[in-house]
Design a protein around this ligand. Structure first.
Ligand SMILES: NC(=O)c1ccc[n+]([C@@H]2O[C@H](COP(=O)([O-])OP(=O)(O)OC[C@H]3O[C@@H](n4cnc5c(N)ncnc54)[C@H](O)[C@@H]3O)[C@@H](O)[C@H]2O)c1
Length: 335
């Protein structure tokens, strides 16, 4: 079962799972996704997916689906992810992200399935004392969104301590970007994008006039923020690798999924211009409160444990984003 499977990362993971022969049941409430994704998934994979429209907070529904489809593992993407909104409305985030995860886990506990892959985030670390960020760094989330990811990770650790029958991976994503190489699925944020790459793509396609670069006076090589961008298909394949690891090794594995390389905002803009042939006008704006100057992952634990590393380049990230955005200027909405 893939919760949130019609969303950005979930949909790409469904493609990666199908290509490895997994049969997938998708549970999504369409809060931040479109039914049209289902048709795109079927076009890419040539396979059909079982889709159930519903909420992960509905424990009875989750339990009945686990039983009906004899689910062997749950990959849990469903959740809310806008940091700013989480600051304005923390209870909404604790409910959807923490209570939603507990609801899925309780539903699993009433049945047989004990294999769970969780969408965690590098935000659990907060501002790092040094880079790269390693899995042993303490949790120090700086906003309610980060709190929810840290809280669920703590619950997962306690759960497996109490009952070693569980097999759990907490995958700490760095900055997912890019799209499936077909250009049929990609990131389609509602409203003004919070993240660099969808913003750049919308400027390139003419939906927005210019990019705001938040801060060019950080202590970095060109003054702009540095992040560890990871191609969403690499990330998707990381989920398959984690699932296979849990099937053979079991246990509890919190692990970073990143490239291990930092890229600045201006480097990303230049790479996107080269890949797309478009000019990206930008202006420098003040720093956003709470933004961290730079962070990137130590990606070595993932290589050692689940045998996975990111293989796609910054150029691939930009080219695939552009293919998706230029062939779907309004995302999944009909123009
Ligand atoms: N995109 C990122 O930068 C990023 C980084 C780190 C972690 N994550 C985490 O990865 C997961 C997936 O992120 P994404 O970028 O694909 O987001 P997304 O919003 O595109 O996908 C989430 C999906 O979950 C669904 N959903 C939300 N609440 C639900 C609920 N209560 N019941 C059922 N379905 C629900 C939405 O409709 C959507 O399809 C999230 O948990 C997010 O916090 C994302």
């Amino acid at each position: 079962m893939v919760t949130g499977g019609l969303g950005y990362i979930g949909s790409h993971t469904c493609v990666a799972l199908a290509s490895q022969g997994y049969r997938v049941v998708i549970l999504d409430n369409l809060n931040n996704s479109h039914r049209a994704v289902l048709d795109r998934l079927e076009r890419i994979t040539g396979q059909s997916f079982q889709f159930v429209e519903g909420d992960v907070l509905d424990q009875a529904l989750v339990a009945s689906l686990l039983e009906e489809f004899d689910i062997t593992a749950v990959i849990h993407f469903a959740g809310l992810k806008a940091v700013g909104e989480s600051v304005a409305n923390p209870l909404k985030y604790y409910r959807c992200n923490v209570e939603g995860s507990l609801s899925v886990l309780r539903a699993m506990q009433t049945g047989k399935c004990r294999t769970f892959v969780f969408s965690s985030s590098a935000t659990v670390y907060g501002e790092p004392a040094e880079n790269p960020m390693r899995e042993t760094f303490p949790f120090n989330p700086q906003n309610p969104y980060g709190d929810t990811k840290a809280a669920v990770e703590v619950a997962l650790k306690r759960l497996i301590e109490a009952d070693p029958e569980w097999n759990i991976a907490a995958l700490r994503y760095f900055n997912p970007v890019g799209a499936h190489e077909s250009g049929l699925i990609g990131e389609d944020p509602q409203g003004i994008p919070n993240n660099l790459m969808p913003y750049v793509a919308q400027v390139a396609v003419g939906r927005r006039d210019e990019l705001a670069v938040f801060g060019d006076d950080y202590p970095t090589r060109d003054g702009t923020g540095i992040r560890d961008y990871i191609h969403v298909m690499d990330l998707a394949e990381g989920h398959v690798a984690a699932l296979e690891y849990l099937t053979t090794e079991g246990g509890y594995l919190p692990v970073n999924l990143g490239t291990g390389q930092g890229v600045s905002v201006l480097e990303m803009v230049t790479a996107f211009e080269q890949a797309s042939g478009q000019t990206i006008p930008y202006r420098v704006a003040p720093r956003r409160p709470g933004d961290i100057a730079q962070y990137w992952s130590d990606a070595s634990l993932a290589a050692k444990t689940i045998g996975w590393r990111a293989i796609r380049s910054v150029d691939d990230m930009c080219r695939d984003t552009w293919r998706w955005q230029s062939s779907n200027p309004q995302g999944f909405k009909e123009p």
